[in-house]
Each structure stands twice: as C-alpha cells, then as structure tokens.
Design a protein around this ligand. Sequence first.
Ligand code: FA5
Length: 344
Amino acid sequence: MIKELEQWHYQEEIDSIKTPQEWEVVNVSLLGRRGKLNQLFQKLKDLPEKERKQAGQRLNQIKREIINLLEAKKKEIDERKKSIFVDPTLPGRKYPQGTLHPLTYVIEEIVSIFSSLGFIRVSYPEVEWEYFSFEALNMPKGHPARDDFETFFIDFPEDKNYGRMLLSPHTSSGQNREMKRVKPPIRMINIAKTYRPNWDATHTPMFHQFEGLCIDRNINVTHLKGTIDYFVKRFFGDKRTIRLRPAHFRFTEPSFEIDVSCGVCQGQESQREKCRVCKSGWLELAGAGMVHPNVLRAGGINPHEYSGWAFGFGPERCMMMREEMKIEDIRILYSGDVRFLERF
Ligand code: FA5
C-alpha cells in the first residue's frame, strides 16, 4: 500500500484543473464518499498491523495535502473568474450552418412541377428483383438489351419467380409495381436512387432518376410531348425547346431520346457548331416512349383498352444543363466538398 501511495499522482491531477466544473469532478473523485481516498481508507483494515499504522499516517497526511491543494486551486479559479471581463453587448458568434443538398432542392422543384399537372410522387425499392427491372419491362432473361443497363447484383439467394436481387439500374422498375398498385388512370412520378458501375465527368455509380408514367384511355405521343415541353419551360426557362429523336428501348414502342435546346448557344445556327457545351445546339436529356403492350399486360392492364407513355430523366444531368449552375463534372455533387455545397 505504501508503494501505491507513493506512486499516486494526485498533485498533477489537481494542477491540471482549469474550470470550476473540472474542479467539482476532481473534488468528488478524490474526496467524495466513493472517492479514491475513502477507498484507500477502507483497505487499511486488511493490512498487517505494522503496515496499517504506517499507511494510515501517510494516508492522513495525503488527505490534508489534497484538501489544501484543492482549496488553493479553487481560490486561483475564483480569482481568474473575477479578472475576466464579459461584454454582453458583443454580437454572438456565428456557427457554421448546414443546408439541404442542392440535388434535394432540384428534386423538390421537379416534384412541384409535376404535381401541378396531377402527377403523384411515389418511391419504389432501390434494392430490387431482376423481374421488375427487366422481365416485366419486356426484357426476358439473356436478352442483350439488359446490357444497356449495367447492373450491380446483390449476393443473395435467387428467387424462383423474381430472379436475382440487384441495385435498381433505372426507375423504370417502378412501372410494373405502380400498375399493380393502382388501376388506370395512372399519373406517377417515381424518383429514386439508381446504380450503375460508371465513373466519369457525366456518370456516377449512384445517381437519381425520375420516371414519369401516364396511363389512361386514348393517351398518345402529343400528351408526352406537351408534358415534357411544359416541364422543360418551367425548369430551364421559356426560351428552351425540346425535340424527340427516334431511339430504342424494349419497354416502349415507339421510343425516343429527348433533347433540350442548348442554353448557351440557344441552338442558333450561326453559333451552335462552335458552342463549347453542345456542339450541335441540342443536349441529350432523357429516354421516353409509348408503353409497350407487353409491359401493360405484365402490369395487368389491357392494351386494347388503355395506352400510356413513360419517360426517364436524370435530375443530376438536368441540374448540370441549367446555365447558371456551371457544373462541369457531375462527380462534384457527391464529393462532399463544402466549398461547392456552400454555393447553394
Ligand atoms: C433509362 O434508364 C430508361 N429507363 C429511360 C426510359 C424510361 C426510357 C421510360 C423509356 C421510358 P438511360 O439509360 O438513357 O435510360 O438513362 C436515363 C437518364 O439517366 C440519362 O439520360 C441520364 O440523364 C441518366 N443517367 C444514366 N446513367 C447515369 C449515370 N451513371 N450517372 C448519372 N446520370 C445517369
């Protein structure tokens, strides 16, 4: 015990106290009912008589030292407190404040534009079955069109009806789920995270898509064109126009790529070839088309009674195509760089 007492650095502990709160903590830990000193006093009774006497004397001595040191420390802290001048008229300190991610604002804006047309926002699983991402979209097992949607597969037992589990490569997987959830008329806007193994200035492995789906009696391409034109004018500005180019998707027939006129050169003939952003007057915006009859059937909808269209946009790309954004590399959105995020 004597050895333990000699190696006890209570003085250093008391010396290191800086605030009244720290003083309280140390005071209780040394002199409190369950404090170190009391614990050592309790141990005395188990020592042989000779050692007990010696240790008892030393312990009492240490107790007095601790009391004196703590009192001196308290005085020192009180003195220091008196000498600190507090000016309550000074303005408060500003703490850094976080904001929503810029893409969250963009998604809210997109939802509000489509809500005004009667579209209802839904979200479907990001960890999805092969069936909803491919089979239900007229892409049977082994079909080469699946390669267009490079996919991350999940290490999970295969389901005999739904196939392998995967990270959804596009929001089109929500089409079949929506058709099974509600009967037409359907006006869905499905916004979710989507995943593909890509990484460059215009691709990230995790990105978002928003999928529009409209199914009703007598729906045709003019409704699709009108809806997208309305969105583009509200999102990018009145001067921007769209064009539909023929394309191929297995789940729509006919299928289109939708382009928006470039916001930098405004698609003007004299300037578009020199434009550093588009080189053609147009920027590729989304895929779209009339829902394939097989896709309607897979969703339990009679293609002789109903028709519909669908589109799939990338909100990150939409954000990049806004002139005022000046985002040249999509990856900055997910870099966590506060200097970039502070702009919003
Ligand atoms: C599709 O994903 C189709 N499902 C779209 C569709 C829906 C067509 C409904 C017909 C009917 P695509 O692979 O082209 O198509 O992707 C659509 C948009 O997602 C692209 O225009 C782009 O804006 C965005 N996108 C695709 N891959 C990435 C990526 N790795 N990073 C960021 N955005 C991406």
